[in-house]
Structure formats: structure tokens, C-alpha cells
Design a protein. Sequence first.
Length: 197
Amino acid sequence: MMQDEHLGGPARRNVFSQAIGRISQLYQRYLDLWTPHVVSRWAVALFLIFVFFLRVFLSEGWYIVTYALAIYHLNLFIAFLTPKIDPAMDFDDGEGPELPTRSNEEFRPFIRRLPEFKFWYSVMKSTVIAMICTMFDCFNVPVFWPILVMYFITLFCITMKRQIKHMIKYRYLPFTHGKPKYQNHEDTSRSPPVEIW
């Protein structure tokens, strides 16, 4: 058996790596089960954020951890609102690409830089890590928290103003709510099949 390993035969995986592989498969399976349930996922994420803020409020500490979490969530949100291919980086025609405005132009759907599922997943991971950080006193740095709140509000307003100007300049809307939904012409012309029993 030792000769097979030295001759390039398949090496047996130890029990630890098999257990890690099995746990990662189960973890991925549960993530895959959660994928289609958008409202439920975000309800759980908002509840977890609420629990985190409740812990910070009741313990009156860990403001630096809260500020870092808020900045990270803001960066995720901006990446969620931004198109994958930034029109500001395309200098072919001077103005950059725009979404089609006439029926004879090519259809270019809005593709996000950060997809919704990865956005949710990153929010959940970062909130859990922040909750773990609140269990250690070394992260409880004394700070005057109203300054952090005002700085975050200022940063949020400046960042969102820049993002909204970008949306207006390149004429895109990152949300699908309220947009017209087009059906295939062949599907609308056919009548539903009649069942005969």
C-alpha cells in the first residue's frame, strides 16, 4: 500500500478532510435551498442586524465595530447599485454607452457588479462576524459615538449623491420594480390549450 502512494496511485484522504468536505457540501446545499426565497432571506438578514443593534444599544459599547459594519454594508450597497460594466469607463463615443431608448436599438439588460445573493450573503457574514466581535472587550474602544454617526450620515449622503448622479448621467435604473415587462409575441397570440377528457 505504501508503494501505491509513491507510484502515483490515489492517496487516501484522511478522516478530517472528508469531514470538512462533507460539512462544506451540506453548507452549500442549505445555501442553494435559500437561493429562491428572496424575501425570507432578507427578513432574516434584517432581523440579525436588528439583534446586533439591540446588543450594541443595550451594552452601550462596540461603536467602532458598528461603524465598521455600517461602512462595509454601505460599500456592498453601492456595489449592488452599480452596473457590472461601468459606462463611465467606456470612452468609445465620448459619452459612454447608454441604455436603449428606441425599439430598434440593441437590448442591454442591467447586470449588477454585486449580485443580490452575494449581497445578502456578505451582509449575513459581516453581521455574524460583528456579533462575534462584540463578545470580546478588546474591540470595545471608547469613542464619542455621535461623531461616528454624523460622519456616517455625511458619508452616506455624499456617496448616494454621487451614485444618483451616475445613474442620471448614464440613464439606468438598478431596480426592476415598475419597469414594463414584455412578453413573447408568439406566446400572446396563442390561445390556451383546451383539455378534452
